[in-house]
Ligand binder design. Structure first.
Ligand SMILES: [Fe+2]
Length: 213
């Protein structure tokens, strides 16, 4: 594992965000960085900002080889990896790339600020949860299959989710956060170790659009 990247443990054991010192290990394309900066500086609300940053990312999704060296694009059997690409000096946003080997997943979690994700390679499966039973349990509320090219933006509250690489090859995604993860160590607000009710959503996963197809 690189000393300057974040390793996230498989299943429910997640690295303590407070212990992570993140430094830049990849490259954020200049054009994308300028586009994200322009949208953030509008000073809009979180959801509007996420929507506009999602449009900017959708318009210029980079090739994984342009943002990470080959050694970091392979993944790590120890758990999915988060590599910091840039952190805006004023702390208003930061951008990372995540690399997932097949079967690797996050804990169920939510975020401290708005977030935009774009899948660059492979396929990611996302489950979205709602609190149930007065906060003592979770219920599955939605699920999406996000292929390469899919971009989505969201803002708390209501962003409790879990992401897994359900494909048979390495998945790589790009993440823009409305927070400085180089200082926070992570954008995760809380991990939810709660039972998931069995009476949740039964509809099949929604297939997100692949804009690069
Ligand atoms: Fe997340």
């Amino acid at each position: 594992m690189s000393l300057t990247s974040t390793a996230s443990a498989p299943a429910s054991r997640q690295t303590d965000p407070a212990t992570i010192a993140a430094a830049v290990t990849g490259t954020c394309p200049d054009g994308l960085l300028r586009a994200v900066r322009a949208e953030v500086r509008r000073g809009l609300g979180w959801q509007d900002t996420a929507d506009r940053v999602a449009a900017a990312l959708r318009a210029s999704l980079p090739d994984p080889a342009a943002i990470l060296p080959a050694s970091l694009r392979r993944g790590d059997p120890a758990g999915y990896q988060s590599h910091l690409l840039c952190a805006e000096p004023d702390g208003s946003f930061s951008i990372s790339a995540m690399v997932w080997m097949p079967g690797q997943q996050t804990a169920i979690h939510d975020h401290v600020a708005w977030c935009v994700t774009g899948v660059l390679r492979g396929r990611e499966y996302e489950e979205i949860f709602a609190l149930a039973d007065g906060g003592r349990a979770l219920r599955l509320a939605a699920r999406n299959v996000n292929p390469a090219g899919a971009v989505s933006g969201f803002a708390p509250p209501g962003d409790i989710h879990r992401v897994r690489n359900t494909g048979d090859s390495v998945a790589i995604s790009m993440h823009v956060y409305g927070a400085d993860i180089s200082r926070l160590g992570s954008s995760i607000r809380r991990e939810y170790v709660l039972p998931v009710r069995a009476d949740g959503l039964t509809a099949p996963p929604r297939q997100q659009a692949n804009v690069t197809a």
